[in-house]
Design a protein around this ligand. Structure first.
Ligand code: ADP
Length: 499
C-alpha cells in the first residue's frame, strides 16, 4: 500500500511570499507560479513570481542594510555568531528542510538527510568562524610610509542558483557572503524555490537584520536577468549551465560587476589497470548516479584501461541494475525522479542519440516511470553505455542525468589528451594504486578538482570550481572570501627618522 506523502506545514497558508527588507511580500505584479513534486507530478505550492520590480525593491533594501543598517555596524564577532546560528538552525530543522528538498527536487530523502542538510549546516559554521579572521596586512613599502590593506565586503551581492541541490547551493552562496559582511539578493531556481525560502526564515530567526538577505523566487530570463544586469548590485555569483553563465557574464558587464561562475561539466573518471576494482566500481556508481546524475561534476565520461574495460563495464552494469530507483521519500531509495519534465525529455533525447550513433546500453536506456513511479513522475533508468567513441554526443555534451559513457584507453598520455579534450574542466577522478601515475594525472588533467581513489568528496574548507568553460572563482574554503571581499590599500605618510 502506498504511504501518504507527508506535507510540511511550511507549504500551508497560500502562496509562498518573497523576502524583501525583512518583510514577506507578494510580487509587485501579483503573479505566482506553481512548484511541483517531480515524483508525483502534483503541485506542491504556489510561489510569488518575482521580476525586475521586485529585484529593484530588494536591491534598495540590501543597499540600505549594507550602508547604514545594524549589519554594517556590527562587530565581526557578532556577525560570525549569527552566521554560525544559521548552521545550528539548519541542523535543528534538518528533517523539514530535507523533506522540502526531496519533495521539490525529487532526490532521495536519504541524500537530503545525510548529505545536503549536513553540508549546508557545516558551511554556515565554517564562514561564521571566519568572520573574525578576515583581515588586511601591513606591507613594507619603500619610502617613509605606512602601507596597510583593509579587506572589505563587496557590498550587495546577487546570487543565482540552480535546482540540483536547492538548500546546499543557497548555503554555499549565502554563508561566505554573510560571513564577510555583504548583503544578498538571492534568486533560487524556479523548479525548486521552497528550501531557500525556508532558509531565509531561519536567517531571520538567527538574527540576520532586515535587508541583509532578500530572496526573490522567479524565472531566469526575468528575475534572474534583472539580478545579473542590475546596476545597484556589485557582484553576481551564478551556478548553472554554461550557456546561461555566458549570458550572466555579458549582463554583468553593464556595471562591471565582479562575477563568479560555477558551470557545467563532462568530467572524466579514469580507471587505470591496477585500480582496486571494487572500490572503483563503488566510486563510479556514486560519481555518476548520485542525485540522479544531476551533478555538475558527475563522472560521466568513464575511461577504463582497455585490458579491464569489458570486465569493469559489465560489473558496472550489474551494479546499476540493482540501484533502487523509486519513491524519493522511501529511505531505501538511492535514485529518485529527475527534476522536471523538461530534463526528463532532454535526458531521454540523449539516450536516443546514443543508440542512434551506435552506442550500446548495457543496462537502462529508457524511462523508469512505469516501474519506479507507478506511471507517474520523471524517473529514468540508470544507464551504462558501452561501445562509445569520443566524438559521440553522449561523450561530449553534459547530459545532467543518470547516463554514463564508457570509453577504453591504452596509455597514460593518450588518456591525458582525451580527458582534456572538452570545453569543460570541473572535476576528474583517478583510480590507481600507483602513486606516481596518480600525481602525474592530478597535475596533467585540467580541472578544478581531482579525486584520487574517491569521488564527490566535499568539505566547506576545500575550494571547488572550474577550469575553462566550467567557470571561474572558487567556492568554499578561504578562496571564497576572495569572491566576497575587496582589498583597499591605505597609504599613510610617516615622519622620516631624524626629521
Ligand atoms: P538549467 O538549464 O539546468 O535549468 P540554468 O542555467 O538554466 O540551468 O538555470 C540556473 C539558474 O539560472 C536558475 O536560477 C535560472 O532561473 C537562472 N537563469 C536562467 N536563465 C537566466 C538568465 N537569462 N539570466 C539570469 N539567470 C538565468
Amino acid at each position: 500500500m502506498a504511504t501518504p506523502t507527508p506535507r510540511p506545514k511550511f507549504l500551508d497558508g497560500g502562496p509562498k511570499k518573497m523576502l524583501i527588507g525583512g518583510e514577506w511580500v507578494p510580487a509587485a505584479s501579483g503573479k505566482t507560479f506553481a512548484t511541483i513534486d517531480p515524483a508525483t507530478e502534483q503541485k506542491l505550492a504556489d510561489v510569488c513570481e518575482g521580476d525586475k520590480d521586485d529585484v529593484d525593491r530588494a536591491v534598495v533594501a540590501a543597499r540600505r542594510a549594507f550602508e547604514s543598517g545594524p549589519w554594517s555596524k556590527m562587530s565581526a564577532s557578532e556577525r560570525g555568531q549569527i552566521v554560525w546560528r544559521i548552521g545550528d538552525l539548519i541542523e535543528k530543522n534538518k528533517d523539514e528542510l530535507a523533506l522540502l528538498d526531496t519533495l521539490d527536487n525529487g532526490k532521495p530523502i536519504f541524500e537530503t538527510t545525510y548529505v545536503d542538510t549536513v553540508l549546508a549546516a557545516d558551511i554556515f559554521r565554517y564562514y561564521g568562524g571566519f568572520a573574525t579572521k578576515i583581515h588586511g596586512e601591513t606591507i613594507p613599502v619603500a619610502g617613509s610610509f605606512l602601507n596597510y590593506t583593509l579587506r572589505e565586503p563587496v557590498g550587495v551581492c546577487g546570487q543565482i542558483i540552480p535546482w540540483n541541490f536547492p538548500l546546499l547551493m543557497a548555503s554555499w552562496k549565502l554563508a561566505p557572503a554573510l560571513g564577510a559582511g555583504n548583503c544578498v539578493v538571492l534568486k533560487p531556481a524556479e523548479q525548486t524555490p521552497l528550501s531557500a525560502l525556508r532558509l531565509a526564515e531561519l536567517c531571520l530567526e538567527a538574527g540576520v537584520p532586515p535587508g541583509v538577505v532578500n530572496v526573490i523566487p522567479g524565472f531566469g530570463p526575468t528575475a534572474g536577468a534583472a539580478v545579473a544586469r542590475h546596476r545597484g548590485i556589485d557582484k553576481v555569483a551564478f551556478t548553472g549551465s554554461t550557456e546561461v553563465g555566458k549570458i550572466v557574464m555579458r549582463e554583468a558587464a553593464e556595471n562591471c560587476k565582479k562575477v563568479s561562475l560555477e558551470l557545467g561539466g563532462k568530467s572524466p573518471n579514469i580507471i587505470l589497470q591496477d585500480a582496486d576494482i571494487d572500490a572503483a566500481l563503488k566510486g563510479v556508481m556514486m560519481g555518476m548516479f548520485f542525485n540522479q546524475g544531476e551533478v555538475c561534476c558527475a563522472g560521466s565520461r568513464l575511461f577504463v584501461h582497455k585490458s579491464i574495460k569489458d570486465e569493469f563495464v559489465g560489473k558496472l552494469a550489474e551494479h546499476a541494475k540493482k540501484l533502487k530507483v523509486g519513491n524519493p521519500l522511501d529511505p531505501e531509495t538511492r535514485m529518485g525522479a529527475q527534476v522536471s519534465e523538461e530534463q526528463y525529455d532532454r535526458i531521454l533525447g540523449f539516450i536516443k542519440a546514443g543508440k542512434e550513433q551506435g552506442a550500446k546500453a548495457l543496462c537502462g536506456g529508457d524511462s523508469a516511470r512505469a516501474t519506479a513511479g507507478g506511471g507517474k513522475g520523471y524517473f529514468i533508468q540508470p544507464t551504462v553505455f558501452d561501445g562509445v567513441n569520443d566524438g559521440m554526443k553522449i561523450a561530449r555534451e553534459e547530459i545532467f542525468g543518470p547516463v554514463i559513457a564508457a570509453l577504453p584507453f591504452d596509455d597514460l598520455d593518450e588518456i591525458v589528451a582525451r580527458a582534456n579534450d572538452t570545453p569543460y574542466g570541473l572535476a576528474a577522478g583517478v583510480w590507481t594504486k600507483d602513486i606516481d601515475k596518480a600525481h602525474y594525472l592530478a597535475r596533467k588533467v585540467k580541472a578544478g578538482t581531482i579525486w584520487v581513489n574517491c569521488y564527490n568528496q566535499f568539505d566547506a574548507a576545500s575550494p571547488f570550481g572550474g577550469f575553462k568553460e566550467s567557470g571561474f572563482g572558487r567556492e568554499m574554503g578561504i578562496h571564497a572570501l576572495e569572491l566576497y571581499t575587496q582589498v583597499k590599500s591605505v597609504w599613510v605618510r610617516v615622519r622620516p627618522q631624524g626629521k
